[in-house]
Design a protein around this ligand. Structure first.
Ligand SMILES: Cc1cc2nc3c(=O)[nH]c(=O)nc-3n(C[C@H](O)[C@H](O)[C@H](O)COP(=O)(O)OP(=O)(O)OC[C@H]3O[C@@H](n4cnc5c(N)ncnc54)[C@H](O)[C@@H]3O)c2cc1C
Length: 556
C-alpha cells in the first residue's frame, strides 16, 4: 500500500479496464498490442500525444544479431563489456536471444527498416559493438519509423482505448497491496476531465526516462522520471539510478542552452566521423582500441577531460569527408537539425558536448517485467531489467523495450488464462489517507536541473554532490513551508512534474553519493578507480517512512 501520494484533488470520475499501460513509446505500445492479442481489455494513458516520448527521437537504430556471422553470443559479450560488471547476465541473454525475432515481429507490424539492393536489412555499427548489428530506418530516423508503425497499429485496433494528455499521478492498490489501478489527471473535456481513477487488474509502467532532471538532455520534455517517482511512492524498489548515460556528441548550442538538445548520433562516428579539438587533434586515438567508437562513457569522459584541459566548452565532430550526398542520404535528420542551428556539417565540423541521454537504472523488474509490488509491471527506459548494468550499450534500449514488453504481455496472458488476474477492489478513500507530498513551485524544475548538472552530471565528487543534495533539500523544505503557511503550490501538471523530478533527483544523488568508485557512466573524481571488492553490486533504493529515498547496497 502506498504510504505517499502526490497532493491532488480527489478523483472525480472512474474508468475500468483489465490492463492499464502508462506511456506510448516502443515499450508501452508493444505491451498494449500484445496484451490485446491475448484477449485482455487494454487502456493506454499517455501524458501528451501518442508519439511524444523518446522513442520518436531515436536516431541510430536498434541492435540485434541479424547479420551474417553475428550471433547472440557476440552481442552478449559486447553488452557485458559496456555494462562494466553490473549486468544481469541472464537478462542480457534473454535480450540478445529473443531480440532478433522481436525485431522481425516489429517489421511484421509495419516498421520499414532500410534495406540494401538484395533486400536484406542494412546493418551499421555503433560504439562498443564489434559487429555491424544496428538496423536503422529512414537513414537516421529509426525511432520515428518505429513510433509511426506502432501508433498506426494501436490506432487501428478499436479495442485498445487510448487517452492522450493524461498525466498519471499515483498507483492504487487493493487491501492486499496488489496493483488495482491508478489516479491520473486528464487535460480533456467532458466526462473525463481533471483528476480521475482507472481501475485495472494490472498496471504497466512504460513512462520512459528522466533526462529532464538535468539542464542539457537529449530527452523530450515528457521525460521527467514520473514512473520511477510513482513506483517509489508505491513502495517499489528501484535500482542503478546513479548510472545515467551522457551522450558524448550532442549539438552544442551555446553555454545558456537548456532542455532538449539535438543529438548527433553515434552512427555518424560509426560511419567514420572524427572527434577533434580546436587544434584539429584526434584525441580519442590511443585512448581506446575502438578510438571514436569506444563505449559512450569512455568517449563522454574523454571529451569532458579534453574540454577541461583546453578550457573549452565543446569539442568538434568532423564528418566533412562524407560529402553532401552521403550526409543527405544517410543522416538527413541530423543534417537538417544542424543546418537549422546554422552549422553545415558538409563544410564545417559540428560543435558537440555531452548531455544527459539515458537512464540505465529504474524500477527493478524480474525477467517477466514484474516489479516488487504485485501486479505492477515496468518496461522500457523506466525499468531496470538488469541488461544495461553500469552503462547501456548503444541501441540496446529500443530492443530492451521491445523484448521485455513482449514478455510482460506474455506473463499477463498466462496469468489471465490461469485465472490469476481477477478484478480488484480498490478503496479510493483509503488511498487518500497516504501522506500527501507537498508540491514545489513550478519554477523548481529549472533549479533542480541546474543543481543536478552542476553537481551530479558527467563528473561527480562528494563535495559536488553534497552541494546538490543540500539545494534539493531546500526545495523540499520550501514546499513544506508553503503548506504550513497555507500558501501551497497549485496541483497542476508543472508542479506534479516538479515533485517527480525532485524525488528522482534526490534518489539519484543519494545513490551516487554512496557509490564510492568510478564504474560505467558513474564517474567520481574523488574515487577514480573501479572497486570490485566493495562495489560489484547494486544499490537498491526505496522510500523511507519519512518520504526520503534510502539506498541500500545489495548483498554480495
Ligand atoms: C535523441 C535520442 C536518441 C536515441 N537514439 C536511440 C537509438 O538510436 N537506439 C536506441 O536503442 N535507443 C535510443 N534512444 C533511447 C530510446 O529512444 C529510449 O530509451 C526508448 O525509446 C524509450 O522507450 P520507452 O517506451 O521506454 O519510453 P518513451 O518512448 O520515452 O515513452 C514514454 C511515454 O510515457 C509517457 N509518460 C511519461 N510520464 C507519464 C505520466 N506521468 N503519465 C502518462 N504518461 C507518461 C510519455 O508521454 C511517453 O508517451 C534515444 C533517445 C533519445 C532521446
Amino acid at each position: 500500500m502506498s504510504t505517499h501520494r502526490l497532493t491532488a484533488p480527489a478523483p472525480g470520475w472512474t474508468a475500468t479496464t483489465d490492463v492499464v499501460v502508462v506511456g506510448s513509446g516502443v515499450a508501452g505500445l508493444t505491451v498494449a498490442l500484445n496484451a490485446r492479442q491475448a484477449g485482455l481489455r487494454v487502456m493506454v494513458v499517455t501524458k501528451a500525444m501518442l508519439d511524444d516520448g523518446s522513442t520518436r527521437w531515436a536516431q541510430g537504430g536498434i541492435a540485434a544479431a541479424l547479420g551474417e556471422g553475428d550471433t547472440p553470443g557476440q552481442h552478449l559479450d559486447d553488452t557485458l563489456v559496456a555494462g562494466a560488471g553490473l549486468c544481469d547476465e541472464e537478462a542480457v541473454r534473454t535480450l540478445v536471444t529473443e531480440g532478433p525475432d522481436a525485431v522481425r515481429r516489429l517489421i511484421a507490424t509495419g516498421a520499414a527498416f532500410d534495406r540494401g539492393e538484395d533486400g536484406h536489412v542494412l546493418l551499421t555499427r555503433e560504439g562498443g559493438h564489434h559487429r555491424n548489428r544496428i538496423a536503422h530506418a529512414g537513414g537516421d530516423a529509426t525511432g520515428a519509423e518505429i513510433s509511426r508503425a506502432l501508433v498506426a497499429a494501436v490506432r487501428t485496433d478499436a479495442e485498445i482505448e487510448l487517452i492522450e494528455h493524461a498525466l498519471v499521478l499515483d498507483l492504487l492498490t487493493d487491501a492486499g497491496g496488489h496493483a488495482a489501478g491508478l489516479t491520473l489527471h486528464v487535460m480533456g473535456e467532458g466526462a473525463r476531465d481533471g483528476v480521475g481513477a482507472v481501475r485495472a487488474r494490472a498496471v504497466v509502467l512504460a513512462t520512459g526516462g528522466m533526462g529532464q532532471v538535468f539542464s542539457a538532455t537529449t530527452n523530450p520534455a515528457v521525460s521527467t522520471g514520473d514512473g520511477v517517482a510513482l513506483a517509489l511512492r508505491a513502495g517499489a524498489a528501484v535500482t542503478d539510478l546513479e548510472f545515467v548515460q551522457f551522450h558524448p556528441t550532442v549539438l552544442w548550442l551555446g553555454p545558456e542552452a537548456e532542455g532538449q538538445q539535438p543529438l548527433v548520433s553515434e552512427a555518424v562516428r560509426g560511419e567514420g566521423a572524427h572527434l577533434v579539438d580546436a587544434d584539429g587533434v584526434r584525441f580519442m586515438v590511443g585512448q581506446h582500441e575502438l578510438a571514436e567508437l569506444a563505449p559512450r562513457d569512455i568517449v563522454a569522459k574523454a571529451i569532458t577531460r579534453r574540454m577541461q584541459e583546453k578550457g573549452a566548452d565543446h569539442m568538434l565532430l568532423d564528418g566533412r569527408h562524407f560529402g553532401a550526398e552521403m550526409w543527405e542520404r544517410r543522416f538527413p535528420t541530423i543534417l537538417a537539425s544542424c543546418r537549422a542551428h546554422g552549422i553545415d556539417p558538409v563544410t564545417e565540423p559540428i560543435p558537440v558536448a555531452p548531455a544527459a541521454h539515458y537512464a540505465s537504472g529504474g524500477v527493478r523488474t524480474d525477467p517477466r517485467g514484474r516489479t516488487s509490488v504485485p501486479g505492477l509491471y515496468a518496461c522500457g527506459e523506466v525499468a531496470c531489467t538488469g541488461v544495461h548494468g553500469a552503462n547501456r550499450l548503444a541501441s540496446n534500449s529500443l530492443l530492451e523495450g521491445l523484448v521485455f514488453a513482449e514478455r510482460i504481455a506474455a506473463d499477463l496472458a498466462e496469468r489471465h488464462r490461469a485465472g490469476e488476474l481477477p478484478e480488484r477492489t480498490v478503496d479510493i478513500e483509503a488511498a487518500r489517507s497516504a501522506h500527501a507530498v507537498p508540491l514545489p513551485a513550478s519554477e523548481a524544475r529549472a533549479e533542480i536541473q541546474r543543481l543536478m548538472s552542476r553537481g551530479a552530471g558527467v563528473l561527480r565528487s562528494a563535495a559536488s554532490m553534497a552541494g546538490t543534495a543540500a539545494g534539493l533539500g531546500l526545495i523540499a523544505e520550501q514546499a513544506y513551508a508553503h503548506v504550513a503557511e497555507e500558501k501551497p503550490a497549485d496541483p497542476r501538471v508543472e508542479t506534479w512534474e516538479a515533485a517527480n523530478l525532485l524525488l528522482v533527483a534526490t534518489a539519484l544523488v543519494a545513490a551516487a553519493e554512496q557509490r564510492a568508485e568510478t564504474r560505467g557512466c558513474h564517474w567520481r573524481e574523488d574515487f577514480p578507480e573501479r572497486d570490485d571488492a566493495h562495489w560489484r553490486r547494486h544499490l537498491i533504493t526505496t522510500l523511507a517512512a519519512t518520504g526520503g529515498p534510502v539506498s541500500t547496497p545489495e548483498e554480495q
